[in-house]
Ligand binder design. Sequence first.
Ligand code: AMP
Length: 178
Amino acid sequence: MNLDDAVRKVPDFPKPGILFYDITSIFTNPAAFKFVVDSMLAHYSGVDVDGVIAIESRGFLLGSCFAVSRGVPLVLARKKGKLPGKTVAMSYDLEYGSATLEIHEEDLALSRRWLIIDDLIATGGTLAAVAKMIEVRGGEVLGIFSIIGLPFLNYKNKIGKYKPKTLIDYDSESCKTE
Ligand code: AMP
């Protein structure tokens, strides 16, 4: 599977100078979607994860596949103001701008050994914020999964200790796949 072929690249979105890697083109490609889900499940087959936290919004699509397949709770990390119950919140910087994510507080008590899932790791700020929300409540982050990584943004400085796993990495000029 050449995953690169299945990733839509959109220059100057959402603002000039950003090359946006759009993974909705993976979800419209059944072979590519299956490859991503199978690769994710295989990577964690021996890892004793008992909960998955998926990040809004594209992380939800992979997180739900993982949760159903492994029979573990799926917890959503949502943009500020979307969750109706009592939440914990964390603000963080993005490759472009800043944001706040929230998680239902009681959901964080459901599990202790978490996998965090998103679609793409840029600076790692989003994932670091979610990892912190888990850790301050006594949970452990066993891993981070994302389809795409942008290692030239040095995300390992922020989240390297959580063993981030990506299926395809892009640098500023070329790409490599596993
Ligand atoms: P970061 O916190 O910097 O790792 O940013 C990761 C989040 O921002 C993910 O939820 C991505 O969906 C989104 N994101 C950041 N940069 C890009 C990009 N170049 N292409 C697509 N999505 C991006």
